[in-house]
Design a protein around this ligand. Structure first.
Ligand code: SAH
Length: 342
């Protein structure tokens, strides 16, 4: 089988094409077509000679992974079901915001973390996505936007735990920031993590501009470990100490899924304030997106508002994310292929 061209970083493609007798700048031109122009048909790459184009098409598979199905709502959120070469499927979501678009990308097929409230977790872990499979999602979503050239934010908040797929995540971050390619700065990328400390430190060292969203979801370590089994392996105290000590350019985002009767009381809000003491953070409150197969419920608006008010009174910056895309099951934590066709 031919290698898939999206698995190659620019330096690797340069090396390979040079080895195959191409001129030094061809790899750069290929990157411009693939990523900047979002054109994956070598026969149309007009500034590359015909023989060279044919040779590239012979050496590499150049197509994006296919969209099997897509569903949109009327607020500009659209979910895409994407088919992988081995028959597995993943989801990626395009979200229209006021002045930009957000791409919500998957990093794994399924997820090993098994958070009690999360639909992806309940489908189990299948495998990591390759860097090409993550990049291909970006190109697919970008095709939807025609020649839009405004601001894009990438959030690694789809299926999976990005920091358990670190090497491929790093390859993606290097490739998207290529000036001849997508030219997306790591400043516009948010990695959402349940907290894998060792790899978080690696990410912060390798890509200090990337924004971090930490899925905290509980006001204390015991409840957190009940909701998120990973917390039995990754000590919350160590993570919080790290967030206190590590100086970052952007404030940390703490994500907190509000589950009715579980973690949404005013007393728990006060506990959360104490837990975050000394950490430059803003809090994203996410009223739970219900899934029929899971026992958790979304608190009512008044409860959410009370919880928020406690945090705000204590000086925290809070954003309540009444997620978009609920009716097309593309809201946070609802991505799971087993429900995509239902
Ligand atoms: N594994 C990573 C990224 C995927 S989950 C992480 O844990 O951050 C992305 C976010 O969605 C997390 O903050 C998670 O807590 C939240 N989430 C999961 N299921 C949800 C649901 N049903 N409703 C609202 N948020 C949910």
């Amino acid at each position: 089988m031919k290698p898939w061209i999206f698995e190659r970083q620019l330096d690797e493609l340069k090396e390979e094409l040079r080895g195959a007798g191409f001129r030094a700048f061809t790899a750069r031109q290929v990157f411009q077509w693939l990523y900047h122009k979002n054109n994956q048909d070598p026969s149309t790459w007009s500034n590359i000679g015909k023989a060279d184009r044919e040779m590239i098409a012979e050496l590499y598979e150049c197509e994006c992974r296919p969209v099997l199905e897509s569903r949109g709502d009327d607020q500009g959120t659209r979910k895409f079901l994407i088919g992988l070469a081995d028959g597995l499927q993943i989801e990626a979501v395009l979200i229209r915001e006021k002045d930009h678009y957000t791409f919500c990308l998957s990093t794994q097929v399924g997820c090993a973390l098994d958070c009690a409230f999360c639909a992806t977790g309940s489908m189990g872990f299948r495998r990591n996505l390759s860097s090409g499979e993550i990049l291909s999602q970006v190109l697919t979503l970008k095709k939807e936007l025609g020649d839009y050239s405004g601001k894009l934010n990438l959030v690694l908040m789809g299926m999976g735990e990005p920091l358990l797929n670190y090497e491929n995540l790093a390859r993606v971050l290097r490739t998207i920031s290529e000036p001849d390619g997508l030219n997306i700065s790591p400043r516009h990328v948010t990695v959402s993590t349940a907290g894998i400390l060792e790899n978080l430190k690696k990410l912060e060292k390798d890509f200090p501009q990337v924004r971090i969203a930490f899925s905290l979801n509980a006001p204390d370590a015991i409840l957190r470990a009940e909701l998120m089994p990973l917390a039995n392996r990754e000590n919350l105290g160590d993570l919080l100490a790290h967030f206190r000590e590590h100086k970052r350019r952007r404030r940390l985002t703490c994500e907190y899924v509000l589950l009715a009767g579980v973690n949404d009381s005013p007393a728990q809000a006060r506990q959360l304030v104490r837990l975050l003491h000394g950490i430059p953070a803003k809090v994203n409150l996410i009223p739970y997106n219900e899934n029929p197969a899971l026992p958790f419920r979304r608190p009512d608006e008044a409860t959410v508002e009370k919880f928020r008010a406690v945090l705000v009174r204590h000086g925290l910056t809070v954003i309540t994310r009444w997620s978009k895309g609920q009716d097309i099951r593309s809201a946070c934590g609802q991505l799971a292929v087993s429900t995509a066709n239902s």
